[in-house]
Write a protein that binds this ligand. Structure first.
Ligand code: SF4
Length: 65
């Protein structure tokens, strides 16, 4: 499954996380897609599972930059 398909599988739009370098997407065997913020593992300001859509984030960094 492509990353774009995983993004499309989220129940709500991800907002900023879609364009950030730090999200990790997973789909359970029940077909539920969820997004984890990998930056939260070392940046204590961020939640492991941010409430979506994220509209403002101190940890945002443009993906692929
Ligand atoms: S750092 Fe912020 S914008 Fe980036 S994935 Fe985490 S919560 Fe989303």
């Amino acid at each position: 499954m492509s990353e774009a398909d995983l993004w499309d599988g989220l129940a709500v739009p991800p907002g900023l996380c879609r364009w950030c370098a730090h999200p990790s997407l997973n789909r359970t065997r029940h077909g539920v897609t969820y997004m984890r913020c990998t930056r939260s593992s070392w940046d204590e300001r961020l939640p492991r599972y941010p409430g979506l859509p994220v509209v403002e984030c101190v940890g945002f960094e443009q993906a692929g930059g």
